[in-house]
Structure formats: C-alpha cells, structure tokens
Design a protein. Structure first.
Length: 181
C-alpha cells in the first residue's frame, strides 16, 4: 500500500513536471515570436548636385520611427523621424548642433502585413528626378531649446549632449514674389 501510494505520487509529480515544462516551452516560444524586432533596412545611392552619395533608411514599425543616414564620415547626416511625437531630429557629423522640426504624427504600418511584391522594384540605372520646392528653406532658430524634455528618447539619443535648435520653414524672397503674383 505504501509503494502504491509512492508510485501514484511519483506519477503525479512526473505529470505535473511535464505539464509545467510544456507550458514553459509554449510561453517561451510565444514570447520569442512576439518580441522579434521588425526593422527593415534599405540601402540606396543618389546623385546630389552631380555627386553620388550612399544612404540607408531603417524603418522600425515597432517603435514607430524611421532613421535616415546619408553620406559617410565627416559628410554624414543622420535624420530620425519619430512618428509617435511628431518630430524629426537632424544631426550632421562633426557638427556642434542638433536640429528638430515638427512633422505629422502617424502610425507606421507593420511592414510584415504589406505585400512584399508590390514594395520590391528595381531602380538600377534609373534616373528619378526629384522636385523640391526651391523657395522653401529651413532656418535654424538663433537660440537653442531651453527645455527639450518633450522630445522623447529617440531624438535625444540622436542629439546626445549637443544643443538642440528649432528649424522653421521660411520662403525665400523669390518664393514670396511668386506667391503674390
């Protein structure tokens, strides 16, 4: 009777242990799949005033941000679009300032749910003219932000300890004349 009771307790402990192990494995698998980082990188080349520049864009739909990098070394420019707070941060390598400007608040779509075939295209040897509003220029404020607490960590990490200046859109005098005409 004692050995029968001991056998029942042993079987119960073994079943409970197997059940806990199975639940732990299922939980770990679920946690691992849900925490997979969904970041997409695209590398590109573009000609700016006849000079070919390499660049990349990183789309992070989980953190609702985009990060652009153009050039390299002393000529590198970094730009972070934080769609959560509706701000863009810009930093130039070797520069002593960081810049911010407002942008639209939005939610980036999860790139996994988009049709990859419609997103993939070949621009090899293609010339894609870009039309920019020549009369719109961004001018930095003369004084740094007195309080940058509203910016959030994405832009603060970009700027580090550099002073942060607002960029404000301004139209050149030729643009003002065209608008009045």
């Amino acid at each position: 009777s004692t050995s029968s009771r001991l056998l029942k307790v042993g079987v119960a402990v073994l079943v409970a242990g197997a059940l806990l192990l199975l639940l732990g494995a299922a939980g770990a698998f679920y946690f691992w799949n849900n925490n997979e980082k969904h970041v997409y990188n695209v590398h590109y080349s573009m000609s700016i005033n006849g000079k070919v520049e390499e660049g990349s864009v990183e789309i992070d739909s989980t953190n609702n941000m985009e990060r652009f990098s153009t050039g390299s070394g002393a000529d590198e420019a970094l730009e972070v679009h934080d769609f959560e707070i509706g701000m863009t941060g810009i930093r130039f390598s070797g520069g002593e300032k960081c810049y911010v400007k407002p942008q639209v608040k939005a939610r980036l779509p999860d790139v996994d749910t988009l049709n990859k075939d419609s997103m993939t295209f070949d621009l090899e040897d293609e010339v894609m003219p870009a039309k920019f509003e020549d009369d719109l220029i961004w001018v930095a404020a003369s004084d740094p932000l007195p309080d940058s607490t509203f910016l959030g960590n994405k832009i603060k990490n970009l700027c580090g300890d550099l002073p942060i200046f607002w960029l404000r859109p301004t139209y050149s005098s030729s643009g003002q004349r065209k608008r009045r005409a």
